[in-house]
Ligand binder design. Structure first.
Ligand code: ADP
Ligand code: ZN
Ligand code: ZN
Length: 784
C-alpha cells in the first residue's frame, strides 16, 4: 500500500501538518505529489494537496485507521521540492500549511468543499459542528487554457488547384500557401470561410487543429529605446568579477549566494543576462525577481530582447487567464526563464540553476498578508533545495545581506559580496549638492524650490535636457493642519491622518479609502475638530502643487509629466507617461517613489529631491536605511549617458548621516552609524524581529488577547538566550477600519526559530480566539 501525506485545505482550522491517507490501487498513477485530492476528515469531506508519498504511514496513526483518498480532483501542480519549500515556509513564517501551498497552485484554481446551502437542518445546529447529516458539495473553479483552431494545408493540399469558379476555395488555399492561419482570421477576411474549410477538410486538402493560445502579456510592447538590452562589446572588470563569482556559485550546486553590490548604472542587468545565458547552456532555467513597481515593459523588454519566447512573465496586473497561460507555459516546460514579482518564486519551474533577486533591499519583497514571507529568504531556501545559485543585486544592499557576507556561512550557504563601483563607458556618477531648506527659509525663500534647484531647472530648459523630480512620500504629502492647536484631522475609523487632495478639495483616508469633502469635515463647516478654530492650513506638498509651481517657472516648451498614484491608475498609464518622457526633447518628470527605481534614460542630467527627510521621521527602525536607499536610487537616475549629471537634495536635516553620505557617495559613514545604533538597540541584522499583531472590534478583548500572548511569549523567552519580549502596546496605527490594533514585539537571536514557538503561544488564547484575529509577522518590515 502507498500512503500519501495530505495537507488539508480547511480555512477554519489552522492545520500545520499533513495527514496520512491510503492510495487505492486504482488511483496510484494519478495520486502523485502536487495533486489536489478529495478525502474525508472527521465527519466532513475536505480538499487537500499531496505533499509526499511513502510506503508506510507515519507513526502517529495505526495503519487500519487510515482512510483512503476518495478522488483525485486536479493533476499535479507542484513537485517534491516545492512541497518541501511550502513546509519550510509554514514553519518559518508560522502559517497553516495549506496557506503556504496556495501560491504553488495554478492561477485561478479554487477547489473547495462547502456546506450545501439548501440544507433542511436548522441553522443553529448546523453552525455548531460538522454533524454526520451535513451535506457537502464540491465547488471547482479553474482557469483553463484556451485553444484556437488553426487551419493548414495537408501534404496533398499543397498541390491542389481549385477550380476557377470556386473563388472562396482559391482565396483560402492561397492564404494557407503562406503558412497556417487561425480559423478566426479566415472567417473574418473571407466570407463563408468556415463551411468552405469543412468541405476542404473532408476532401483531405486542409487540416484543422487546436493550438493553445497564450493570452495577453506577449503583446506588451514599448517604444522605449532602453527596453532593448544591446549586448555590450565587452564586460567591465566589475561585471567579469561578478560573473566569475556567480559561475562558481552555480557550479557549487548548494544554494550559494552572490551579492552584487553595484552602484546605480554599473550594469547589473547585463550580469544577470550573462549568468542566465550560462545556466541555459547547461540546460537549466532561471527565475528573476524584480519589485512589482519596476516590472515594466522596459524591464521585461530587456529579457525578451535577449531570450525571446523563452521568457514567461508573472505579475499581479495580469488577468487570471493571462497568469494561467504564463504558469502553464512554465509547467509544460516550454519556457526556461521566469521574470516576475516576488510570487514568481512559486512558478512551476523545476530545473532551476539560478535565482536572481534584483533590488534586493526593497521592502516590497516582504509579503504583508499570509504567508508573510520575505522573497529574499525564500529564494535562498529554494536555491538550496534545488542546488541552484542565488544572485542578489542592489546599489544599496540591505544591512541583512551585508552582514551575512561577513560570516563564513549563513544557514549552510556561502554569501559572497562582489563590488561594481564604476559605470561602463564614459558615464560618471553625478555630483550631489545639499540644499538646506532652513537657510532658504531664513533668507525669505517661500517657494517649494531652493535657489539652487530653481536655477538648475532653468538650466535644463535652456540646454534642452531632462530632469527627474522626486517628491518623497507615497501618494500624497498634504495634510490639513490647525494653525492654532496643531491638530491634523484623522479618520474616525482608522488612526490615519487624512490626506488633503488639492484638486478635489477632499480629505481622504488612505487606509480605508473613505473621503470627506473639506466643507463637510468634521461638521458642515471647515473648523478644527479639536479646538474649533477656523484656521485650517495646508501642510506639506503634493505632486500637483509641484506641477503647478513648475509650470509657473518654466516655459510652455518644456513637457511636465506627473507620475503618481493618481495619474497611473489606469492600465498602461505608467508606461505611456514614460514613453512621453522618452520622446520629448526637454522634459521634467515629477513623481513619488515610483520615479526613483530602475529608470534608465541617458538624457537625464538633473535629479531634484523636493523633500528628502519626510521618511526619516517615520516610527520605524529602518527609516534611515529606507531614506538612504531612496536618495541613492533616485540620484542614480542622473548622468547615465555621456553628459554629466547633477543631483540637488532639499532637506531640513542636512546633518543626518543618511543624507550626508549620499552627498559624498560614501556609504561607509552611513553604514557605520546605522550599524552601531542597530547593534546597540538589538535590531536586525543583529536580531530577528517578530511582530505579533492582534486586532478586533472589541477593544478590551484585543487588549486581553495581546496581554495573554505577551505573557506566554515571556514564559518561552525566560528559558531562551537572547529572547526579549516588548509590549503589549497599541499599534502606531491603533485603529484600522474600526478595529482596535495591539501588538507584541519579540526579538530573538539571528539563529533562532521564532515561528513555531510563537504559533504555540498564540494557540493558548482559548475563548478569546473567537473575538480577535492574530497575525504573526516573522522578520517584520511594517511595524506600524
Ligand atoms: P544598473 O541596473 O546597475 O543600474 P543597468 O543594468 O541599467 O545598470 O545598466 C546601465 C547601462 O549601462 C545600460 O544602458 C546598459 O545597456 C549599459 N551597459 C551595461 N553593461 C555595459 C558594458 N559592459 N559596456 C557598455 N555599456 C554597458
Ligand atoms: Zn485646532
Ligand atoms: Zn479610514
Amino acid at each position: 500500500m502507498v500512503y500519501a501525506q495530505v495537507a488539508l485545505d480547511i480555512s477554519t482550522r489552522a492545520l500545520d501538518c499533513a495527514f496520512d491517507y491510503g492510495v487505492p490501487e486504482a488511483l496510484e498513477s494519478q495520486a502523485v505529489v502536487g495533486a489536489t485530492v478529495l478525502v474525508s476528515f472527521g465527519h466532513r469531506q475536505a480538499v487537500g494537496y499531496i505533499v509526499s508519498l511513502s510506503d508506510r504511514p507515519s507513526a502517529k496513526i495505526r495503519a487500519d485507521h487510515i482512510l483512503p483518498i476518495q478522488q483525485v480532483l486536479v493533476s499535479s501542480s507542484f513537485d517534491e521540492v516545492a512541497a518541501q519549500l511550502a513546509l519550510w515556509i509554514a514553519k518559518e513564517y508560522a502559517c497553516p500549511l495549506s496557506e503556504a501551498l496556495h501560491p504553488f497552485l495554478p492561477p485561478g484554481q479554487s477547489v473547495r468543499v462547502r456546506k450545501r446551502t439548501a440544507c433542511p437542518v436548522d441553522t443553529a445546529a448546523h453552525e455548531k459542528e460538522d454533524s454526520p447529516h451535513t451535506m457537502w458539495e464540491l465547488v471547482c473553479e479553474q482557469a483553463g487554457p484556451v485553444d484556437d483552431r488553426w487551419v493548414c494545408l495537408t501534404e496533398e493540399g499543397k498541390s491542389f488547384v481549385p477550380s476557377r469558379r470556386a473563388s472562396r476555395q482559391r482565396a483560402i488555399v492561397s492564404a494557407l500557401a503562406a503558412g497556417p492561419s487561425r480559423m478566426a482570421e479566415l472567417v473574418a477576411t473571407i466570407p463563408g470561410a468556415s463551411s468552405v474549410v469543412s468541405t476542404l477538410e473532408r476532401r483531405g486538402i486542409v487540416a484543422v487543429e487546436s493550438r493553445r493560445r497564450v493570452r495577453g502579456s506577449a503583446e506588451q510592447t514599448t517604444t522605449l529605446s532602453s527596453a532593448i538590452a544591446h549586448r555590450p562589446e565587452h564586460l567591465t572588470q566589475g561585471q567579469e568579477e561578478a560573473l566569475l563569482a556567480i559561475r562558481e556559485a552555480i557550479a557549487a550546486q548548494r544554494g550559494d549566494v552572490v551579492l552584487v553590490d553595484g552602484v546605480t548604472g554599473s550594469g547589473k542587468t547585463e550580469v544577470y543576462l550573462a549568468a542566465i545565458e550560462h545556466v541555459l547552456r547547461q540546460g537549466k532555467g532561471a527565475i528573476v525577481l524584480v519589485p512589482e513597481i519596476s516590472l515594466t515593459a522596459q524591464t521585461v523588454g530587456r529579457f525578451r530582447s535577449r531570450f525571446g519566447d523563452d521568457v514567461a512573465v508573472l505579475h499581479s496586473r495580469l488577468s487570471v487567464g493571462e497568469r494561467f497561460d504564463q504558469w502553464d507555459l512554465i509547467h509544460r516546460g516550454d519556457v526556461h526563464v521566469v521574470v516576475g514579482a516576488r510570487s514568481a518564486l512559486f512558478a512551476p519551474l523545476t530545473n532551476v540553476g539560478l535565482i536572481v533577486v534584483d533590488e534586493e533591499h526593497e521592502a516590497s519583497y516582504k509579503q504583508d498578508s499570509a504567508p508573510r514571507y520575505h522573497a529574499r529568504e525564500v529564494a535562498a531556501k529554494l536555491a538550496q533545495l534545488r542546488g541552484a545559485a542565488l544572485v542578489l543585486g542592489s546599489a544599496t544592499p540591505s544591512l541583512e545581506s551585508l552582514e551575512r557576507c561577513q560570516r563564513p556561512t549563513y544557514r549552510d550557504a556561502v554569501w559572497r559580496r562582489v563590488v561594481m563601483d564604476e559605470r561602463p563607458g564614459k558615464a560618471q556618477l553625478p555630483t550631489v549638492k545639499i540644499a538646506d531648506m532652513t537657510q532658504e527659509f531664513a533668507v525669505g525663500n517661500r517657494s517649494i524650490f531652493s535657489r539652487d534647484l530653481r536655477q538648475a531647472l532653468l538650466d535644463i530648459e535652456e540646454r534642452r535636457e531632462k530632469a527627474v523630480l522626486l517628491l518623497n512620500r507615497r501618494g500624497f504629502a498634504t495634510f490639513l493642519m490647525c494653525r492654532e492647536c496643531g491638530c491634523v484631522p484623522t479618520c474616525p475609523h482608522c488612526s490615519t491622518s487624512l490626506a488633503y487632495h488639492e484638486r478635489t478639495h477632499a480629505l481622504v483616508c488612505h487606509t480605508c479609502g473613505r473621503s470627506w469633502p473639506t466643507r463637510a469635515w468634521p461638521d458642515p463647516s471647515t473648523s478644527c475638530p479639536n479646538c474649533g478654530s477656523r484656521y485650517l492650513g495646508q501642510f506639506g506638498v503634493g505632486t500637483q502643487r509641484v506641477e503647478d509651481e513648475l509650470q509657473a517657472l518654466l516655459g510652455d516648451d518644456v513637457s511636465i509629466i506627473r507620475m503618481d498614484a493618481d495619474t497611473t491608475r489606469t492600465k498602461g498609464a505608467h508606461q505611456r507617461l514614460l514613453e512621453r518622457f522618452d520622446a520629448s526633447d526637454c522634459a521634467v518628470l515629477i513623481g513619488t517613489q515610483m520615479v526613483a527605481k530602475g529608470l534608465d534614460f541617458p538624457e537625464v542630467t538633473l535629479v531634484g529631491v523636493v523633500n528628502a527627510d519626510t521618511t526619516l521621521k517615520l516610527p520605524d527602525f529602518r527609516a534611515a536605511e529606507r531614506t538612504y536607499d531612496l536618495l541613492e536610487q533616485v540620484a542614480g537616475r542622473a548622468g547615465r549617458g555621456d553628459r554629466p549629471g547633477r543631483v540637488i537634495i532639499q532637506t531640513y536635516w542636512a546633518s543626518h548621516p543618511a543624507i550626508a553620505s549620499v552627498a559624498t557617495h560614501d556609504r561607509s559613514t552611513f553604514l557605520a552609524s546605522e550599524l552601531d545604533s542597530r547593534r546597540e538597540a538589538y535590531y536586525p541584522p543583529f536580531a530577528r524581529l517578530t511582530n505579533v499583531v492582534v486586532w478586533g472590534l472589541d477593544a478590551k478583548k484585543v487588549r486581553d488577547a495581546a496581554n495573554e500572548i505577551a505573557t506566554q511569549a515571556r514564559q518561552e523567552a525566560s528559558h531562551r538566550d537572547g529572547w526579549h519580549v516588548l509590549g503589549p502596546a497599541e499599534c502606531a496605527r491603533g485603529r484600522v477600519k474600526d478595529r482596535t490594533r495591539w501588538h507584541v514585539l519579540i526579538k530573538t537571536p539571528t539563529n533562532a526559530d521564532p515561528g513555531p514557538v510563537l504559533s504555540a503561544c498564540v494557540s493558548h488564547l482559548g475563548s478569546l480566539a473567537k473575538h480577535v484575529r492574530v497575525a504573526i509577522d516573522v522578520d517584520a518590515y511594517d511595524l506600524m
